[in-house]
Design a protein around this ligand. Structure first.
Ligand code: ADP
Length: 259
């Protein structure tokens, strides 16, 4: 019954996804169709043509963003899990984010002593964390602090987020000091195409992608938030299996995976 419920949920999400795509693409196509029709009627109006071309480029740009995100959504089956050390991951991320978040937002990273490496697709994990960071930035228009942290979390039966099996996890958290969300908004998170941002600013795919990634990796995503209190988004990911003995230096995954 649990499998059937999960399948029904997936079908429902898929239906929502398809509906959302159809809606977004219809908007893009209408903009391009309308623009082309107007240009066909008045090809000599150079200023008008330029304005219409800009409008069509904006519309197709939104289309490209949606297809890009959909592609990484669809590629979920191709996750290539590898052991990932939290410290360099989070430090590297803050370094990159320092350039993109703007001067008003500080990025902090903390790794609790003894946090083990986690097992996940490193590239996808970075993409997900960058998405969480850009949500945090949008929630802190006046500036604030983004803290990304990692710690080991041991779940006893029934103590963790719904659907998560008891066991050891590495919990990666993105905490911001932003606007926070009311319970009605929190309840809709993870729903594909749910966004409160103006058209063009948000696609509503960031958190559903993050949730899909966490679940596909054998973990979960949880959100704690309240208006005015900021937001905490957690990715619960499995730890990398402990190796029986230290690997030889040339088989060091950190060295082999360096980019
Ligand atoms: P998008 O950012 O494109 O809207 P997401 O799926 O990433 O799509 O987020 C969905 C919605 O959840 C956002 O529109 C916003 O309302 C809310 N949200 C997400 N992260 C945060 C956050 N850190 N603080 C406040 N609200 C957030």
């Amino acid at each position: 019954a649990q499998v059937r419920a999960a399948q029904a949920e997936r079908m429902q999400a898929l239906g929502q996804l398809a509906g959302g795509i159809a809606h977004d693409f219809n908007n893009v196509l209408q903009a391009v169709q309308g623009g082309a029709a107007l240009i066909e009627r008045r090809p000599g109006d150079a200023a008008g043509v330029r304005r219409l071309a800009r409008m069509m480029l904006d519309a197709t740009g939104r289309g490209v963003t949606v297809t890009r995100r959909l592609l990484s959504f669809a590629r979920r089956d191709e996750l290539r899990a590898e052991p990932v050390e939290p410290s360099p991951l989070l430090a590297g991320l803050c370094e990159v984010l320092a350039h993109t978040l703007g001067a008003e937002i500080a990025c902090r990273h903390e790794v609790a002593p003894g946090t083990p490496p986690l097992l996940a697709d490193k590239g996808q994990l970075e993409t997900v964390l960058v998405n969480l960071a850009s949500n945090a930035r949008d929630a802190m228009p006046q500036g604030g602090t983004l803290t990304i942290s990692a710690e080991e979390a041991v779940l006893e039966g029934g103590s963790g987020p719904a659907g998560l099996l008891p066991g050891r996890y590495v919990r990666i958290t993105a905490r911001d000091t932003g606007t926070g969300m009311d319970p009605a908004t929190v309840a809709r998170l993870g729903e594909p195409f749910f966004t409160t941002k103006p058209r063009g600013a948000g696609t509503g795919l960031g958190l559903s992608m993050a949730k899909g990634f966490a679940e596909q990796s054998g973990g979960a995503l949880t959100v704690e938030s309240a208006p005015g209190k900021g937001t905490v988004v957690s990715l619960w990911l499995p730890p990398a299996p402990r190796t029986a003995e230290a690997p030889p230096p040339d088989a060091d995954p950190a060295a082999a995976g360096a980019e």
